[in-house]
Design a protein around this ligand. Sequence first.
Ligand SMILES: NC(=O)c1ccc[n+]([C@@H]2O[C@H](COP(=O)([O-])OP(=O)(O)OC[C@H]3O[C@@H](n4cnc5c(N)ncnc54)[C@H](O)[C@@H]3O)[C@@H](O)[C@H]2O)c1
Length: 441
Amino acid sequence: MNVNVQNANGKLGILIPGLGAVATTLIAGVEAVRQGLSQPIGSLTQMGNIRLGKRTENRYPLIKDFVPLADLNDIVFGGWDLYEDNVYEAASKAKVLEPGLLNAIKPQLQALVPMKAVFDKSFVKNLDGKNIKQGKTKFDLAKAVMDDIENFRDANDCNRIVMVWCGSTEKYFEPSEVHESIENFEQGLHENHPMISPSMIYAYAAIKLGVPFANGAPNLTCDIPALIELAKETNTPIAGKDFKTGQTLMKTILAPGLHARALGIKGWFSTNILGNRDGWVLDDPDNFKTKEVSKLSVLEDILRPELNPELYGELYHKVRINYYPPHGDNKESWDNIDIFGWLGYPMQIKINFLCRDSILAAPVVLDLALFSDLAKRAGMSGIQEWLSFYFKSPQTLPGLRPEHDIFKQLIKLQNTLRHIMGEDLITHLGLDYYQDLVEAL
Ligand SMILES: NC(=O)c1ccc[n+]([C@@H]2O[C@H](COP(=O)([O-])OP(=O)(O)OC[C@H]3O[C@@H](n4cnc5c(N)ncnc54)[C@H](O)[C@@H]3O)[C@@H](O)[C@H]2O)c1
């Protein structure tokens, strides 16, 4: 079946709450690629191929030539932040990209000035900015974000808009009654309910207007029944949570491999140091808790200790994040993994990953924006589980286990693209044509 996909003509607006290290690295990167100064490495939509049909057919097009995606030249960026810095200033302060590169695209970056943010210090204690919206109720603030979206769309002549949350991690809290239904949620907006966070207000505004929304931080945001319900009502794709980069990316590459070979794991100790603003926000225990929950869920879901208690029943998993300013955005992580093999003999694996957080995150944001837009044009709405590939803590319908294994996530993503384009899904069975090949030898 070929899903009826609308074309990607016209401009796509990518609106980003939080113009910090990740967002500015994305925006500067897309500008650098447009100008032929660099390559979009790490982006599946720009550089990845997809196999179609049988191996004998030798069809491996680039993903961007296979599915209709917005062209990088048709993207317009906008965003909100509680700091007034334009994107050039914010990128310079984030110190991810070299000054030479930033200076080469300075006018384009300077032109991008953040809109006033919806912000509430009770959710992120360590930040203090002045570029903040005032409103009597949270509903007024949501309305103001909707006005921002519509004004941006008109001013930039955009055909379509998507929103990706790149704002700071909000403090940890569990969903409660106000998040249970859209009725309760809207009443909560009018009554300034304390458990409606700023990221939920942006998500509500986007989803209400049918604008696809993806959440790059571990906050609940759109992962609540009220906004899932609204997404269905307004035919809006949503996805989250928490970009999968750095240490967790390595974990979801390695753990499925150990598990696949039925090797046991006794302990996995992960620690890392980083010194950017994200690290400073996560230095607060309430905000760290949100991140910790997101990072911890990964191993259990991949290893399923309840199915293999001999191999994983005693697993001790610990994750630490330490704020260390001298390293800036260049996060360094260490993993010590205690594994055991045949007859229980112990072995160890040590990983020391000297990564660059925002360099890994920027292509993820680009892909999420482009694929969310594709989903919308393909008539897909609600939770987009096929985008789990990009998240540490993939959003699923309540009661469904998330899939963390990066290889299964990739198969799901690729099969979704094949499905959208009416190509055969690939099961990797191969028996159907293997025998013919043997006979032809
Ligand atoms: N870099 C990575 O590899 C990575 C991976 C997974 C998740 N994340 C998450 O992505 C987010 C962005 O990371 P970063 O490194 O760019 O952080 P950052 O601190 O550099 O940028 C976040 C920006 O969001 C702004 N902000 C906070 N609350 C806001 C609000 N309510 N409205 C508008 N702006 C707001 C802050 O002022 C800041 O400029 C963080 O939540 C982080 O945890 C990053």
